[in-house]
Design a protein around this ligand. Structure first.
Ligand code: ADA
Length: 559
């Protein structure tokens, strides 16, 4: 499945994923390659023959087509090289953002597609590193093949703005000319429940091979607001017509009329202060790795809803757009963040780091801009925000985000206790805290001490304050009257005290529990991670509830 709704009626699009491709590992240590069929999307770690394979592998299949084509891969973990009929047409780093290749004037015939995937670690990979989550291997999200005409719609962004009590939709659309001659035409922009509402037409003039951008501002008196309780979605369609009026391409997306603002210590959604009750969630499952089927995504959302959550944090990377489609439809607020977890100043000095972070930010915002469920962009979870060099990285990434999207606040989750020097940069100050787990300070004392320091000693004073992680470990099925750490009893008691302290503190705009479900971690993290898993889930990796489930449900629903 590509999306939960149809993105094209004119442009021909088909899914190349959703079946078995030829697969072979490409070992470089002399071991015998594994050659077989593999399902796409999928992770090779879910196949017993390649359960621990780390390195390069090749996926391949044929398809029939021709003319101008656009091939989009929604996620390849973690580095891809794409070949068409033996010629490289694309390469991409990072498992969590989509990328595409456009190839023109293909002969109408069978073509051979190869994707060489690499999930190995090394200096070439500054973000996928040995970490407290698994970097899987595979074509882990969907693959789409599209047929284009002489020109096509490259982008369609909608920014909802309320002026004098009336909603407006500010639209930006990109169009690209694939020919070696100037082209003229018309771009028809339509808004509405099924694109049957307001229409605006703009003339298009495109020099050979160029891309141009067009804007429109449409007043929508009929608009119903999107909010968590009533997540009303609308479609926006860009219909591209040639000079003779014939429709040659189209792109449809969905959006919602909602505005997010920061006002003093509050985060406002359509003018109403948010109180976040959420979970951090890794894209991880024992049967699917990070290639979670959309049905299982919805199952996770149902459990989070049952627990009383109103938000999910995509820790620590951009999520599958199918998951974001579900959040849009069900009103689950999303903190989406670029890909980074716990990188030291030394890690951040990797020569590839800044480019790989900024590529991820660009691709995340370009692809996910219209999702109303995303209310905030996050970056660089627990990286070196206590150092001058780290600060330079945070500053450049925040300015990039703001240049791409001025409609959402941005933040980062810090773990630098009373040493962070970056709180002047984000719109929202966010902290990951673990009283009663990594230290035994009473949660209310720890929270008050930290908040007081932020207000008195940093430029984060007066900004909204979020707890973006809190929790404790509990191994599913480990019960003991001793209630020692790693028991389900200890986890439940710790969360009771942590959440009581946080949710009853009016200075705090909300909390994300670390974490929704147990997840796989890299082999080298086995020391502090029993089962080589991060066991702080409220449910285990099979989504079986622990004792803390009812504790969280009671507290999330009480506040
Ligand atoms: C950090 C980190 C999480 C996870 C957590 C833990 O806050 O952001 O990814 O590693 O600690 O389980 O200790």
């Amino acid at each position: 499945m590509l999306r939960l709704f149809q993105t094209h009626q004119i442009r021909k699009q088909r899914e190349l994923s959703g079946g078995l491709w030829d697969f072979a590992t490409l070992p470089e240590d002399g071991t015998k390659p594994v050659a077989k069929k593999a399902f796409v999307p999928g992770c090779w770690e879910c196949d017993p023959d390649t359960v621990s394979y780390r390195g390069r592998a090749r996926y391949e299949r044929d398809f029939f087509g021709g003319g101008n084509i656009r091939l989009e891969l929604k996620g390849v973990s973690h580095t891809a090289e794409v070949y068409l009929d033996g010629e490289k047409i694309a390469s991409h780093y990072n498992a969590y953002t989509p990328f595409a290749a456009v190839v023109t004037n293909l002969p109408e015939q069978n073509h051979h597609l190869q994707v060489v995937v690499d999930n190995s670690f090394g200096e070439q990979s500054a973000l996928h590193v040995e970490n407290d989550y698994q970097s899987y291997g595979g074509i882990t999200r969907s693959v789409a093949l599209e047929e284009l005409g002489d020109m096509y719609v490259t982008r369609l962004h909608v920014t909802p703005v309320k002026r004098a009590g009336v909603w407006h939709a500010k639209i930006e659309a990109g169009v690209r000319n694939l020919t070696d001659r100037k082209l003229r035409g018309e771009l028809r922009l339509c808004l509405g429940k099924q694109g049957d509402g307001e229409r605006v037409s703009v003339p298009v003039t495109l020099p050979a091979g160029e891309e141009a951008f067009y804007t429109a501002d449409i007043c929508c008196r009929w608009a119903q607001e999107w909010n968590p309780e009533s997540p009303v979605l609308y479609t926006v369609t860009a219909l591209l017509c040639a000079e003779d009026g014939k429709a040659v391409d189209d792109l449809t997306d969905r959006f919602g009329f909602r505005q997010v603002q920061v006002e003093g210590r509050r985060i406002l959604l359509n003018g109403k202060a948010l109180k976040i009750r959420g979970f951090c969630r890794h894209e991880d499952h024992p049967q699917f790795g990070c290639a979670i089927p959309v049905e299982a995504m919805q199952q996770d959302l149902l459990l989070m809803r049952d627990l009383g959550a109103n938000s999910v944090r995509t820790s620590h990377y951009p999520n599958d757009e199918l998951f974001l489609d579900l959040c849009d439809e069900t009103g689950m607020l999303v903190w989406e963040e670029n890909h980074a977890r716990g990188l030291s100043e030394k890690d951040m000095c990797n020569p590839n780091f800044e480019r790989q972070c900024e590529d991820c930010i660009r691709e995340m915002i370009l692809a996910h801009y219209n999702h109303p469920s995303i209310y905030i962009w996050g970056i660089l979870n627990e990286c070196a925000s206590h150092t001058e060099y780290g600060r330079e990285c945070y500053a450049s990434q925040f300015s990039l985000i703001r240049s791409l999207d001025a409609s959402r606040p941005c933040s980062f989750a810090s773990c630098q206790f009373k040493t962070d020097i970056c709180f002047d940069l984000p719109d929202v100050v966010s902290y990951n805290i673990y009283p009663l787990w990594y230290h035994n300070t009473p949660p209310a004392d720890y929270l008050a001490d930290l908040y007081d320091w932020v207000q008195k000693e940093t430029k984060g004073a007066g900004k909204p304050f979020l707890i973006t992680e809190v929790g404790a470990g509990g191994i599913y099925g480990y019960r003991t009257p001793a209630k020692v750490k790693w028991s389900e009893e200890y986890q439940a008691e710790a969360l009771e005290k942590q959440l009581q302290a946080i949710l009853s503190d009016d200075n705090v705009s909300g909390v994300y529990i670390w974490q929704f479900c147990d997840c796989r971690v890299c082999d080298s993290w086995f020391g502090g991670r029993p089962r080589t898993m991060n066991n702080k889930g409220i449910v285990d990796e099979y989504r079986r509830p622990k004792l803390s489930y009812e504790v969280v449900k009671k507290l999330f629903k009480a506040f």
